[in-house]
Design a protein around this ligand. Structure first.
Ligand code: SF4
Length: 332
C-alpha cells in the first residue's frame, strides 16, 4: 500500500498537469516544486485583470502579443514579447536591462551559494526521512528531535525548492509597465529553453491570448495558452528530432485540450516543430470534455498518493532532472 503524502499543492499550471502524459512521477515532483510560481501567477492575474472573470469577459480582453528579436551586448539573441501593446525602444531597453540584471544575479548566486544551496536541500531531505523513521517507531538519539525541528524551521520547503531551481533557472526577465495598462513584457534568450519561444515566433501561429486561472475541486489551475481563436486553443512545441515527437504529442494534445476546456472552445490545435528537419507536424481535433475531466480527476489521486504513478518509457528517465531522487525511475 502507498504511504499517504503531504497536503497536496493548491496552485497548479496547465502545462504541469499536461505533463502527466509524459510521466506521472514527474508531474508530482513539478507540482510540489512549482506551487509558489503558480500562486504568484494567480495573485498577478487578480491584480492585473480582476477576480472571478467569466470566460466571456476574458475573451473580450484577449491580448495580442508583439514580439521582436534583439541582439544582446554579449552577442546572444533574445526575444522580447509584449502583450497588450506595441514594443517601444524604451520597452526593449528595460527588458534587456532586466535580463542582464537577472543574469548577473544568477552569476553571483552560482559562484557563491549554489553548491551550499544544493547541500541544504539534501540536508532537508535527510532530515525529513529521519522524521518519518521516528514516526515509524525508530528511536532517535537524544536531542535529535529538537535538532530536526530547528532545521526544518530554518529550511522551509519552498525556500529549498527555489534554491534548487535557481541553479537551472533561465535568465528571464519580467516587467510590468508603470503606465497603468498592466502590459506584460517578457524577454528570453534564444539559447536553452528560450529556443521554443523563438521557434514559435518564427514558425507558429500568431494569435492573441490571455493568462488566467480556473478552479477545479480544491485546486486553482493557471492557463496560459499559446493562442486563443474563436473556436480553438493553440499549443506550440519544439523538439530537436523526430524521435521525441511521439512522446511530446500526447502532452501537447492534453495541454491544448485543457486550454480549450477552460476557455470553452470546441476544438484544439497543436503544432510540433521538428528542429533538425525544419518541418512542422500539426494536429487539430474536437475537445473530448469527458476525457479532459477524467485526466483532471487523476490529479488528486497522484498528488495524495492514492493513485500509483505509472512508470514511463525508460528513455525519459535518462535525462530527467529528478532521476537522483525518483522512486519510479526506470533503469537505462
Ligand atoms: S526519473 Fe523517470 S520516472 Fe522519475 S520523474 Fe523522471 S522521467 Fe519520471
Amino acid at each position: 500500500m502507498l504511504a499517504a503524502r503531504r497536503p497536496t499543492p493548491k496552485y497548479l499550471g496547465t502545462n504541469n498537469i499536461a505533463g502527466m502524459k509524459w510521466c506521472h512521477q514527474k508531474f508530482i515532483f513539478r507540482a510540489e516544486a512549482n506551487e509558489g510560481i503558480f500562486r504568484r501567477a494567480y495573485e498577478d492575474d487578480c491584480k492585473r485583470l480582476g477576480e472571478n472573470l467569466s470566460v466571456d469577459q476574458l475573451i473580450t480582453r484577449l491580448e495580442a502579443v508583439d514580439r521582436r528579436v534583439v541582439t544582446l551586448p554579449d552577442g546572444r539573441e533574445a526575444v522580447v514579447s509584449k502583450w497588450g501593446g506595441k514594443i517601444t525602444p524604451a520597452d526593449v531597453a528595460t527588458a534587456v536591462k532586466g535580463l542582464l540584471d537577472a543574469a548577473e544575479v544568477k552569476t553571483v548566486a552560482t559562484k557563491a551559494t549554489l553548491k551550499q544551496l544544493g547541500q541544504l536541500a539534501e540536508t532537508r531531505d535527510r532530515v525529513l526521512k529521519r522524521r518519518e523513521e521516528a514516526k515509524a517507531g525508530q528511536r532517535l538519539v537524544e536531542g535529535e528531535e529538537e535538532l530536526i525541528g530547528g532545521i526544518l524551521q530554518v529550511l522551509s520547503k519552498e525556500e529549498v525548492r527555489l534554491m534548487g531551481a535557481a541553479k537551472d533557472s533561465r535568465p528571464t526577465a519580467y516587467a510590468e509597465s508603470d503606465a497603468g495598462t498592466h502590459e506584460r513584457i517578457v524577454i528570453e534568450t534564444t539559447d536553452g529553453l528560450g529556443r521554443g519561444l523563438f521557434a514559435q515566433y518564427k514558425y507558429g501561429e500568431q494569435l492573441p491570448s490571455i493568462r488566467y486561472h480556473f478552479a477545479h475541486r480544491d485546486h486553482i489551475i493557471e492557463a496560459d495558452p499559446d493562442g486563443i481563436s474563436s473556436d480553438y486553443c493553440y499549443e506550440f512545441k519544439l523538439v530537436g528530432e523526430r524521435f521525441w515527437h511521439r512522446f511530446v504529442r500526447p502532452t501537447a494534445v492534453l495541454q491544448a485540450s485543457l486550454y480549450s476546456y477552460f476557455f470553452q472552445r470546441p476544438k484544439y490545435r497543436i503544432d510540433v516543430y521538428i528542429e533538425n528537419e525544419r518541418t512542422m507536424e500539426s494536429l487539430e481535433g474536437e475537445v473530448d470534455s469527458q476525457w479532459v475531466q477524467n485526466e483532471l480527476d487523476k490529479i488528486d489521486g497522484l498528488l495524495s498518493g492514492s493513485l500509483e504513478p505509472l512508470p514511463p518509457n525508460r528513455v525519459k528517465c535518462s535525462s530527467c532532472e529528478f532521476s537522483h531522487e525518483c522512486p519510479t525511475r526506470q533503469p537505462s
